[in-house]
Design a protein around this ligand. Structure first.
Ligand code: 5GP
Ligand code: ZN
Length: 112
């Protein structure tokens, strides 16, 4: 997708702080962090949203990567949150499937 900012990050056309890459996935730092740890985990392949992705293995690997990153970032025991905003009412602003990993502060009581 030529007009997708996350595709441009995947291709290297746009800069990002890459934390991890593996098996068709990439994890980057969110440019506007909402918590001390705020990473975005996404497939390298373009899916507009969660609704367009039927690849259960890929979705499973996104969750596994989130868990591994939480451990690596030292926030697993303290606690963390993963979420996928989907479509307008879900708060999705970038239409390339991605999962947020948030941690490093008290997130209880917030849903987004
Ligand atoms: P959404 O609202 O679609 O779930 O999340 C999009 C996220 O992407 C936001 O948290 C926003 O800060 C982040 N974001 C938007 N543009 C860029 C960018 O160019 N680089 C990075 N690293 N993050 C971005
Ligand atoms: Zn894309």
């Amino acid at each position: 997708m030529s007009d997708c900012i996350f595709c441009k990050i995947v291709s290297g056309e746009m800069p990002a702080t890459i934390i991890e890459e593996s098996e068709g996935l990439i994890a980057i730092k969110d440019v506007h962090p909402q918590a001390p740890v705020h990473l975005l985990i996404m497939p390298k392949r373009h899916f507009r949203s969660l609704l367009e992705c039927d690849d259960e293995a890929l979705l499973g690997r996104m969750l596994s990567m989130a868990k591994g990153l939480a451990e690596e970032q030292g926030v697993a025991a303290g606690g963390f949150r993963v979420l996928i905003n989907t479509n307008k009412d879900g708060g999705q602003t970038v239409f390339h499937l991605h999962m947020h990993l948030l941690a490093g502060r008290q997130l209880a009581g917030e849903m987004g």
